[in-house]
Ligand binder design. Structure first.
Ligand code: MRU
Length: 349
């Protein structure tokens, strides 16, 4: 099941807020509707919101009335800023928008811009599908022949163009014959693990065990987990990584219990403009998602809530980063730069 579908006529977003209860789609070519879908997590996951954002800008470009290039591009840039600000942490959103804007600026004839931007949005979607497939192929060798894997949030097809990031690695390893079972953190407060990862892995026939987020430490101390693997929303130049809140805690636990902690992400998630994790903006979510999740009141009204959507895992806790090009080992500052510059990584020895 894909998060985003485009057949050249109809643009469909799977409304992930409705899963796993019902499968419903948002069908639209209105960029404002796509912005709302990103804000409310109907479409979510770093690569998927990058793709959705690219289509949003392409659709918006069709409705700009101005004919003069300067005016047209000014309006396009204003809309781009609006889309970019929908969610601040996942860099894929900005990356996709900047890619389209650069293309628009290079064109002389404004009338040609909409069709070219739409083609580019589709190219980003297709490239992401291929990158995620490659992440699985490049990372599967890191996983043991058998054992338990802990994962957090949702990193499957639903979070990307298809295949997923961390989930692509797990599923590829299982397809290769490895006997793995997956402990899925439910992922408070919005339960992307329970609702989405369980839904996807169950459909793929993967042996899964749902755990509450705070059970991970006990699972590790019992020797049930051989590794942790998650996705990323932004990887800074030194390897510090933003991902769903709770990821950092898992990395600390993995270090304490002596098991590897891997990050899997396409290179579109690497942001060399951020020198380290302290410069990654962290999105704060509506307190109601904590006090009244899914319409059920679990804390009194009016309490103070602190709800960061993501946290930062420092690079020294990350055993390796898997991208579509291969496995990157520390030192990340040097190796991430080499990879994004050359599209190649040094394989670990
Ligand atoms: O708030 P979400 O559901 O968009 O958060 C998603 C994650 O944190 C994923 O782990 C991340 O985007 C990487 S998986 C493609």
């Amino acid at each position: 099941m894909r998060a985003i579908e485009w057949d050249g006529k109809k643009f469909k977003l799977l409304d992930q807020t409705k899963l796993p209860e019902s499968v419903e789609y948002i069908i639209t070519d209105d960029y404002r509707v796509i912005i709302e879908a990103i804000k409310h997590l109907s479409v979510r996951g770093a690569p998927a919101i990058g793709i959705a954002a690219a289509f949003a800008l392409a659709f918006a470009s069709m409705r700009i009335k101005a004919n003069a290039p300067k005016q047209y591009l000014r309006e396009l840039e204003n809309i781009a800023r609006e889309i970019e600000s929908a969610r601040p942490t996942a860099v894929n959103l900005r990356w996709a928008i900047q890619r389209l804007l650069k293309l628009a600026h290079a064109l002389q004839d404004v009338k040609s811009i909409p069709a070219i931007l739409l083609d580019e949005a589709e190219r980003i979607r297709r490239e992401d599908i291929e990158m995620c497939k490659q992440i699985g192929i490049k990372g599967a060798g890191l996983l043991p022949e058998s054992g338990g894997v802990i994962t957090h949030c949702n990193t499957g097809a639903l979070a990307t163009g298809d295949h997923g990031t961390a989930q692509s690695v797990i599923v590829t390893a299982i397809k290769q014959g490895k006997k793995l079972h997956v402990y899925v953190d439910e992922t408070r407060p919005l339960l992307q693990g329970a609702r989405l990862t369980m839904f996807e892995l169950q459909a793929r026939g993967v042996e899964t065990i749902l755990i509450t987020d705070n059970a991970a430490a006990f699972v590790m101390t019992q020797g049930k987990a051989n590794l942790v693997i998650t996705g990323a929303d932004r990887i800074a130049a030194n390897g510090d990584t933003a991902n769903k809140i709770g990821t950092y805690g898992l990395a600390v636990l993995a270090k304490y219990h002596g098991i590897p902690f891997y990050i899997a992400a396409p290179t579109s998630t690497i942001d060399l403009d951020c020198p380290d994790g302290s410069t990654i903006p962290i999105e704060m979510r509506d307190p109601k998602e904590v006090t009244r999740p899914f319409g059920v009141q679990i804390a009194p009204d009016g309490v103070d809530v602190y709800s960061p959507a993501f946290d930062i895992t420092p690079n020294e806790l990350i055993t390796a980063i898997i991208t579509e090009h291969g496995v990157i080992s520390p030192p990340y500052k040097e190796n991430l730069k080499n990879q994004t510059a050359a599209g190649k990584v040094k394989q670990p020895v």
